[in-house]
Write a protein that binds this ligand. Structure first.
Ligand SMILES: Cc1ncc(COP(=O)(O)O)c(C=O)c1O
Length: 523
């Protein structure tokens, strides 16, 4: 239902019909000029002793009174309503006149009619709606069987002025200009692509583009047939859990770990097996020597410590997976950004025994608002993974995939990554130097790449929760482990003595100002 303010109504501009492009369907109906209303549910009874116009006014009055038709919303024109109800226009006009005189509706310029704004003051609160079925005395509903915890990627409440929240790319780095150009080009030649369902596995061009990118950037030898385009890594995790996790299924996970992965596996009833993390990532020698279905790892940039898993441990991890018959779930969320030296080959690139399921995302490299990620699965899992994807949501938006495919294949993605990498490296340097300037020798991990660092607090500073609260009072968001969408099963050196700082979304000036404020607040 269209909503608008009174002030909008008085100056309703005539909506210009867009020129019909060459590619447009010439049988499409002409665009309706001006504001339009949705059809409203009125039912007339011809045999009733009340005249039709009274039935119409009575029902519209009720819709307005019980809050279904909100103040400011348009109602269909008398012509449209007469057509919809199969009555004469005069009948509808009689009803409209009555409602206008009672103050329920108003006419705007042209033939547009809307629910009176004045009604807003006296209208009952939403929810006080007319009951159509009398509630039974006692209703027994099935119990809700799911009790999960969300990972809180969107933080409710007070927004700090200088926000070092994790995993946010720089909003000003989004490639707006080129995106707009590619979008318009694709829209102009879309044909029926927007009215058809896209293939559930993703657009073939994009799957090819991702496979090529993974070969060059991550050393992986994958075919397009192994790639699924998904709604971010979060959906990829759900697909994997659907395939392998039932109540009681053992799943090994880093401790501390990414909350989003943990919540997903737990929501399917997994028995979580925490494995400690040290300064080289997951302690492979602490993995259980028993049948475990999956192990979830973040080897490029351990979440949240930021450590990189060295090659020897990668090899040991793959050997372990083959020994116990587990799949390794490699979450490579921010590996596009490596600042000091070349990136290590992905685990999936070292794997010759089809034991790695690889997860990647454009949330960090382009923007989380796109909600596009990808899953590279061993060939034998591809078909069932696609079935799960189609059950979950029947595929990603065609237009987003098409633009993204063009963005990658035109070379713009590689250019974008190189430019953004330089910006982020400068911001990381700025963060580290400002921390040193104000806190002396700082112990930081994860600064070699990715989009956040972990600051291991010196003894002179209070616990992370205290620093977090103090900083917030001074307009700065710095995050203790759990506030940074991480989870620790056991008390670790990181639990309350480390802060997670994301920096790409802040300018160097903001980074400096934010850290100065924290230093002053703690002084
Ligand atoms: C370790 C890790 N994996 C995955 C994600 C989310 O990825 P996506 O936006 O593709 O769902 C995040 C987000 O911060 C993350 O930190």
């Amino acid at each position: 239902m269209l909503q608008c303010k009174m002030s909008d109504v008085k100056v309703v501009p005539e909506v210009q019909s867009p020129p019909i492009s060459q590619a447009a369907d010439i049988t499409a109906p002409a665009a309706i000029r001006g504001p339009s209303a949705v059809q409203i549910p009125l039912q007339l009874e011809a045999g009733r002793d009340r005249p039709l116009h009274e039935q119409i006014s009575e029902q519209i009055r009720l819709l307005i009174a019980d809050g279904r038709l909100r103040p400011g919303s348009y109602i269909p024109s008398s012509r449209q309503l007469a057509d919809q109800l199969g009555v004469s226009r005069n009948t509808v006009l009689l009803a409209f006149n009555r409602l206008t005189s009672e103050g329920y509706i108003e006419a705007a310029k042209g033939s547009h009619t809307f629910v009176s704004q004045a009604y807003a003051k006296s209208s009952p609160p939403r929810g006080n709606v007319r009951a159509t079925v009398e509630p039974a005395k006692s209703i027994r509903r099935p119990p809700v069987l799911f009790r999960g915890e969300a990972q809180q990627l969107v933080r409710p409440g007070r927004k700090p002025i200088f926000n070092f929240f994790v995993g946010r790319p720089c909003p000003r780095c989004f490639p707006h200009r080129i995106w707009r150009r590619l979008l318009l080009k694709r829209l102009a030649s879309a044909g029926s692509s927007l009215s058809e369902y896209p293939p559930p596995a993703g657009l073939l061009e994009l799957r090819h583009a991702v496979a090529d990118h993974l070969g060059a950037a991550r050393g992986m030898n994958v075919r397009a047939a192994q790639i699924l385009i998904v709604n971010g890594i979060q959906e990829a995790l759900n697909i994997i859990a659907r395939l392998f996790v039932r109540p009681g299924t053992p799943v090994a996970i880093e401790d501390p770990c990414y909350r989003g992965a943990l919540s997903t596996f737990e929501s399917y009833g997994a028995e979580m097996v925490p494995v400690p993390v040290d300064k080289d990532g997951i302690c492979v020698d602490r993995l259980p020597e028993r049948a475990v279905s999956l192990v979830y790892v973040t080897p490029s940039h351990q979440f949240p410590t930021g450590e990189t898993l060295p090659t020897e441990r990668r090899v040991e991890l793959l050997k372990w997976a083959n020994r116990v018959g587990a799949y390794v779930v490699e979450d490579d969320y921010d590996s596009d950004f490596r600042f000091d030296g070349p990136p290590l080959t992905a685990l999936a690139g070292l794997d010759n025994s089809a034991s790695v399921i690889y997860l990647g995302t454009f949330s960090k490299s382009i923007g989380a608002g796109l909600r596009v990620g990808y899953l590279a699965v061993p060939m034998e899992l591809a078909e069932t993974a696609i079935t799960v994807k189609s059950i979950l949501n029947a595929g990603q938006s065609w237009i987003d995939q098409a633009v993204l495919a063009d963005f990658i294949t035109s070379g713009s993605f590689a250019r974008h990554l190189n430019q953004v990498r330089m910006v982020y490296r400068a911001r990381r340097n700025c963060l580290l130097s400002t921390l040193r300037e104000h806190f002396g020798e700082v112990n930081v991990s994860g600064h070699q790449g990715g989009m956040h660092v972990m600051w291991h607090l010196p003894d002179s500073l209070p616990d992370a929760l205290v620093v977090e609260a103090t900083a917030l009072n001074h307009g700065v968001g710095v995050y203790s482990l759990r506030s940074a969408v991480a989870f620790d099963f056991t008390q670790t050196p990181y639990s309350n003595r480390a802060l997670v700082l994301g920096y790409p979304a802040l300018s160097e000036e903001q980074i400096r100002e934010g850290i100065v404020r924290v230093a002053r607040a703690l002084a």
